[in-house]
Design a protein. Structure first.
Length: 143
């Protein structure tokens, strides 16, 4: 309940989830995974501070990241396994429901942020959710 900001991150197998069948994405080594996840966490916490320490929703294609961010800071994550619609033949109704709920929850935020790091995908998913919800949308590029 209440106002919240939302973040979307598309890792494209960088963290080893193996949930996207397109492209030739290399899995990062453990140190680079940790550094990328920490940089994403820091960007989320910075925006939280800028927005008056409001509630946060995080949506991602990476269960590795969702598990990490849930342990690192207080955020809301729609329950279920993160998957991508491109893998529809391996999905069941619960997977479809999580995708729909992530999209619906992004659209309900006061602001939606898409975090993009090296080799991460600049997805249209959060941008269109923000358009549907008529809320602020911004991409955050990690350096």
């Amino acid at each position: 309940g209440g106002e919240y900001i939302a973040f979307h991150l598309r890792f494209m197998n960088l963290l080893g989830d193996n949930n996207v069948r397109i492209g030739n994405i290399q899995i990062l080594d453990n140190e680079r995974k940790r550094n990328l996840m920490m940089a994403c966490r820091d960007a989320i916490l910075k925006k939280r501070e800028e927005n008056g320490h409001c509630n946060i929703l995080v949506a991602s294609d990476s269960n590795v990241f969702l598990n990490y961010i849930a342990l690192e800071t207080k955020v809301f994550i729609v329950p279920g396994q993160a998957k991508h619609i491109d893998n529809a033949n391996g999905m069941d109704e619960k997977d479809d429901l999580k995708l729909f709920m992530d999209y619906y929850a992004l659209a309900g935020a006061s602001s939606v942020y898409s975090i993009i790091g090296e080799n991460m995908y600049s997805s249209a998913f959060p941008e269109y959710a923000a358009k549907i919800g008529a809320c602020h949308f911004e991409r955050i590029y990690l350096h």
